[in-house]
Ligand binder design. Structure first.
Ligand SMILES: Nc1ncnc2c1ncn2[C@@H]1O[C@H](COP(=O)(O)OP(=O)(O)OP(=O)(O)O)[C@@H](O)[C@H]1O
Ligand SMILES: [Mg+2]
Length: 617
């Protein structure tokens, strides 16, 4: 065996590069972070062949002096920290002083920089760890780092590179993260000479839309929460906008993109109550925390952090996100839009009535629609009858033939003032029930479609939750108890858990060794399937025991109860009941999703409907 020896510097850097410079995207990340640390507000990225052939990053930051250039490429040379104290309070993205040295050990690097107000720029070349001498060069204020032929001297690593397209997509992701972290800076990205992205300096909402897309922006709900030492800002997407992977989850801690279990878990929990099955939520969130309370030096690529008090961070993030997601329908009507497929005329080709010769009346119907918008009476289409004008004649109004007072719907909407549109509640007034399943309603924007059962289920669920929390579960005694056959275990379970059952609003009494009677249920559930409800609760109690049922199983159980108690499809409701449902939705948190995370309602604006009919195209 050979004797112990000190490794040469270049080899040390190459070993370090194994951790930091995993692929072209990791080089790009380090270079962009250096630019951001240098205070740049304009960063241009140019890549060739997925970044393997070349990565060039140009910034307008503070620059590096000619004397310092060689140091920038040295290992353990940094301008960002000088002591352990500095490290513990670090606010910059870099601090190890090894990124450029690592990169220079496995690629050809040219660093060109001009310190602000310097007479000229200087350039320095390094190749496989060998650095030349600085040469005078031409460059505006700022720095350009060029990295070419990645792994030219380490063929084993080169083999691990994927296709150009894959490497590029990783680079693009790194670019997007940086761009999202600093909306106030301008960014551009080119690949093989083509402009891929050009982002002007903007506010966060516009930047988030540019990176995450218009659908995300339409579904985004702002988060802005602050406590001592912690602040969370950014956007969470309404649960109606989800993805089938985690690709739209952006978390930043003090401006640094991180993958963090504590934060991810807190968000997962916040969405738990409203997210459908195996879908993934979308968000762009920025946590600001006292640097002393977070350790960023736990991962070579600094993509993980460790919080001093991870419980406190978890709680804070969970509450902030839950609050943003809990906003009821009344507060977020704009977040609901017609799904893209519905708005695209191609998708409804089968529904078009081309052969019916409707060209002629179009003008008349147009007048009718503009009447709806301007709340002015317009003449009927020639030869038309009164019927199509139902609900349109006063802008936002009461359908004909329906007594106005049913529109009270549980809230005190001022009567006799329906034509202005100003008093129309967010979800509007019910027009009808469709096939016993959907409620059609008219609000200021246009048509509202509600899944009756799904919406009621959420309302009941939220009420049960607050009633249980406040220990105010209101019981309704049943005139005729509902009896059902049960096995012996169910009967003993009922006997042994009277107190738990009561707290859940159920009065269950054994009437024989194999039969149970339900004598009272929570008021909200009295109209539901009571035997099924009691069976479901007993099954849960048997499986998990009373204490777990009331603790960790609580929400699942209440959701099950709500499902059995909510109005079933095919139950005919009158307009007053439908309106009461709409008003309840407006008052209920998370009412945009049913207990299984499916949407409960959609808005179809008049513009959406126009698109559907290709009106004005
Ligand atoms: N674009 C740039 N503009 C100005 N200075 C730069 C730029 N890039 C690098 N530097 C200087 O070079 C030094 C070394 O950069 P390098 O990325 O190797 O280390 P670091 O950023 O200090 O730490 P880390 O290894 O954590 O990234 C920096 O500390 C900084 O002073
Ligand atoms: Mg760096």
């Amino acid at each position: 065996m050979a004797s112990i020896r000190i490794l040469p510097d270049t080899l040390i850097s190459q070993i370090a590069a194994g951790e930091v410079v995993e692929r072209p995207a990791s080089v790009l990340k380090e270079l962009m972070e250096n630019s951001l640390d240098a205070g740049a507000d304009s960063i241009d990225v140019s890549l060739a062949q997925g970044g393997v052939k070349q990565i060039r990053v140009t910034d307008n930051g503070r620059g590096i002096s000619a004397e310092d250039l060689p140091l920038a490429l040295e290992r353990h040379a940094t301008s960002k920290i000088a002591s352990l104290d500095d490290l513990e309070q670090v606010r910059s993205l870099g601090f190890r002083g090894e990124a450029l040295a690592s990169i220079a050990s496995v690629a050809r690097v040219v660093l060109t920089s001009r310190l602000r107000n310097a007479r000229h720029a200087s350039a320095l070349r390094a190749e496989g760890g060998k650095t030349g001498a600085p040469q005078p060069a031409a460059h505006a204020n700022g720095t350009t780092a060029e990295v070419g032929d990645l792994y030219f001297n380490t063929p084993a690593r080169r083999k691990f590179l994927r296709t150009e397209a894959t490497e590029f997509s990783h680079c693009e992701e790194v670019f997007n993260r940086a761009a999202l972290s600093r909306p106030e800076a301008a960014f551009s990205l080119r690949h093989n000479g083509r402009v891929i992205s050009h982002l002007a300096a903007a506010e966060l909402p516009r930047r988030a839309e540019a990176i995450l897309g218009a659908e995300f922006a339409a579904a985004a709900r702002p988060v802005m929460e602050r406590i001592e030492g912690l602040a969370l800002s950014g956007f969470v997407a309404s649960p109606n906008y989800t993805r089938n992977s985690r690709d739209a989850q952006y978390l930043f801690v003090n401006g640094r993109f991180v993958r963090d279990k504590v934060l991810t878990h807190a968000l997962r929990e916040a969405y738990r109550d409203v997210l459908h099955g195996d879908r993934h939520p979308a968000y762009a969130l920025f946590l600001a925390i006292d640097p002393i309370a977070v350790d960023v030096n736990v991962h070579p690529a600094k993509i993980e952090v460790r919080f001093r008090d991870s419980r406190a961070v978890h709680q804070f993030v969970y509450h902030a996100a839950s609050k943003a997601l809990a906003a009821s329908a009344a507060h977020a009507p704009a977040a609901y839009a017609v799904p893209e497929e519905m708005a695209r005329p191609a998708g409804i080709a089968g529904m078009m009535q081309g052969s019916l010769g409707i060209a002629q009346p179009v003008a008349g119907y147009g007048a009718m629609f503009s009447a709806a918008r301007t709340a002015q009476r317009m003449p009927l289409p020639a030869g038309g009858t009164d019927t199509p004008r139902v609900g349109y004649d006063t802008g936002i109004g009461v359908p004909r033939g329906v007594p106005r007072d049913v529109y009270d719907g549980g809230t005190n909407v001022p009567r006799g003032n329906y034509d202005g549109g100003a008093d129309v509640p967010p979800l509007g007034y019910a027009l009808a029930q469709l096939h016993g399943v959907y409620v059609l309603a008219q609000n200021a924007q246009g048509l509202v479609l509600v899944d009756m059962h799904a919406a009621h289920e959420r309302i009941v669920y939220e009420r049960l939750k607050s009633a249980l929390d406040a220990r105010t579960m209101a019981l309704q005694a049943l005139l005729i108890p509902v009896t059902f056959n049960a096995d012996r275990l169910d009967v003993t379970t009922a006997e042994e858990n009277q107190e738990t059952l009561r707290s859940l609003g159920l009065d269950l009494a054994p009437i024989s060794p194999t039969a149970l009677a339900v004598r009272a249920v929570p008021v909200e559930l009295a109209a539901g399937d009571i035997a099924a409800l009691a069976r479901a609760v007993l099954a849960d109690l048997r499986e998990y025991g009373a204490s777990r049922v009331l603790a960790e199983r609580r929400d699942e159980l209440l959701a099950t109860m709500a499902c059995h108690g909510a109005v079933r499809a095919n139950r005919a409701l009158d307009l007053a009941e439908l309106n009461a449902l709409l008003r309840d939705m407006e008052r209920t948190e998370r009412s945009g999703q049913c207990n299984h995370g499916r949407p409960t309602w959609f808005q179809m604006s008049l513009a959406d409907l126009d698109k559907l009919f290709m009106r004005g195209q």
